[in-house]
Design a protein around this ligand. Structure first.
Ligand code: HEC
Length: 120
C-alpha cells in the first residue's frame, strides 16, 4: 500500500511537469537578422511620412523621404532617428502632429543604421 501511494505520488508529479512556456503561447515576431531599406524600412516610411515628405516635400516639410538615398541621407544628416524617437507632441517629433511610431518600428530604424544603412 505504501508503495502504491508512492507510485501515484511520483506519477502525478511527473505529469504535472509540462513544457508549455509563455513563448510557446505568444506568437513572437522576431526582428530580421539584417535590416535593409527594401525589405523593412521603405514600407514604414511610405506609410507614415509621405503625406508630407514626398518629392518635392509638402505641408511645410523640408526634405523628401521618397527613395532610398533620401532616407539614408535623412538618417545621416537630418537626425531622422532622433526625430522619430521623441515623444508625441514634443518639439520636432515625427511624424509631425501624429502619434509616435510603435517602438518596434523605431527599433527597426535604429537597427538599420547599426547594420550600415543597406539598400538590399
Ligand atoms: C504632416 C506632415 C509630416 C509628416 C507625416 C512627417 N513629417 Fe517630418 N517634417 C514635417 C515638417 C513640417 C518638418 C519641418 C519642421 C521641423 O523640422 O520640425 C519636418 C521635418 C522633418 C525632419 C527634419 C529635416 C531637417 O530639416 O533636418 C525629419 C528628419 C523628418 N521630418 C522625418 C520624418 C519622418 C521619418 C516621418 C515619418 C515617420 C515624418 N517626418 C513625417 C512634416 C511631416
Amino acid at each position: 500500500m505504501k508503495n502504491f501511494i508512492l507510485f501515484v505520488f511520483t506519477v502525478s508529479i511527473i505529469f504535472s511537469c509540462t513544457n508549455v512556456s509563455e513563448d510557446d503561447l505568444i506568437d513572437v515576431i522576431e526582428p530580421p537578422l539584417v535590416v535593409t531599406y527594401n525589405a523593412d524600412i521603405k514600407i514604414i516610411i511610405d506609410n507614415n511620412c509621405l503625406n508630407c515628405h514626398i518629392s518635392p516635400p509638402i505641408n511645410g516639410a523640408n526634405i523628401p523621404l521618397l527613395i532610398f538615398e533620401n532616407v539614408k541621407n535623412g538618417v545621416e544628416n537630418n537626425n531622422l532617428i532622433n526625430r522619430i524617437s521623441k515623444q508625441a507632441g514634443e518639439s520636432g517629433a515625427m511624424p509631425f502632429g501624429g502619434p509616435r511610431l510603435p517602438q518596434n518600428l523605431i527599433d527597426l530604424l535604429i537597427q538599420w543604421e547599426a547594420d550600415g544603412l543597406l539598400e538590399n
